[in-house]
Design a protein around this ligand. Structure first.
Ligand code: CA
Ligand code: CA
Length: 86
């Protein structure tokens, strides 16, 4: 009867871990986005992470795909969401 425990379809597990991943990225993004406008600015990165302006600029540059100098959650997801989980 309980033999099916090992037969959990990968799809279920993969989706669950993907959801978890997005959830934790969302939490990180929310903590960066201090004014809750849905975008992370250079100033917010400096404030939250306590990094230098040039460091924060470099980070935004790397993540900012549409070049508006802000990182949207979509861009944040693209930057981190596709990295394979080990
Ligand atoms: Ca913001
Ligand atoms: Ca952007």
């Amino acid at each position: 009867m309980e033999k099916h425990q090992k037969d959990v379809p990968c799809k279920t597990q993969c989706t669950a871990s993907q959801d978890k991943r997005i959830e934790s990225l969302r939490a990180t993004f929310d903590s960066l986005d201090q004014d809750k406008d849905g975008k992370v600015s250079v100033e917010e990165i400096i404030k939250v992470l306590g990094v230098k302006e040039e460091t924060a600029l470099g980070m935004v540059k790397g993540w900012d795909k549409d070049d508006d100098k802000h990182v949207s959650f979509e861009e944040f997801l693209k930057a981190f969401g596709h990295a394979p989980q080990k």
